[in-house]
Ligand binder design. Sequence first.
Ligand code: ADP
Ligand code: MG
Length: 281
Amino acid sequence: MDHAGHPASPGATDGGPPAAPRITVREVTRSFVTNGRSAVHALGPLDLSIGDAEFLCVVGPSGCGKSTLLKIIAGLLAPSSGEVAIDVSGDHRIPIAMVFQDYGIYPWKTVRANVELGLRLSGRPPTERREIADDWLSRLGLADFADVYPGALSGGMRQRVSIARALAIDPEVLLMDEPFAALDAQLREVLQEELLTIWQARRRTVVFVTHSLEEALLLGDRVVVMSARPGRIIADITVPFERPRSSEVRTDPLFAKLRGELWTGLHSEVVAQFDAGKDRR
Ligand SMILES: Nc1ncnc2c1ncn2[C@@H]1O[C@H](COP(=O)(O)OP(=O)(O)O)[C@@H](O)[C@H]1O
Ligand SMILES: [Mg+2]
């Protein structure tokens, strides 16, 4: 479906009923037992419904459970209670790909081999793998580095390898955990634009964690704000800017207004999380 010019409810077809959610998070909580006894209640209870082809951004103070939530959605971590349902009715062989905060790429494999990895797991023949990998490497400006090992790359380039790897397998659901956090401001903007272009051409369900409200408003169809730990959802806004979008949307007066509203909600949570951190020391 084409959402161009239809800013609200990305899960809905024009005039039709809303599409069934692609991801449903129901009453999910997660605690971690540290030193054998004391448990840290990291997350929830949290309910969240993410529509098919929706680009959802999650913001919240550091330590509030964003990565924990993403890992639970990815199936890498079990919730302590509650459940996650993902509709993978498409015929994709790999339903979910995740881009980690710390890249998650293998230093002993070349850049191309890293990107080919997911394709290999899905059983694609070698020539096809190479073709797809090289295509994504060139889209992300890494064509000249295909045979290089990640150790020789900058942080920004490594993160692009990790993004190329996730996109190459064309997952139904793309989970991204602060993928641009380690990059300098200029590179970050370049990659944000790139991701916008890629996503607008080929819409997938995306859950994108960021601590940047600007990034969330630029990229997302919807932004949810999480509270201080244990993270719950305290605000949920639909981003009204039309697609296709570019970074020019930042100059829209509504952008500043929405940023202000989100920050009002987030501010006290950041302070609360910070104070909780002080108590522990
Ligand atoms: N494997 C773990 N063991 C113990 N505590 C953890 C573990 N993973 C996360 N936590 C704790 O859970 C809380 C939420 O962590 P995380 O999800 O990484 O937050 P965020 O991504 O929002 O910064 C933090 O207090 C963190 O220390
Ligand atoms: Mg995190």
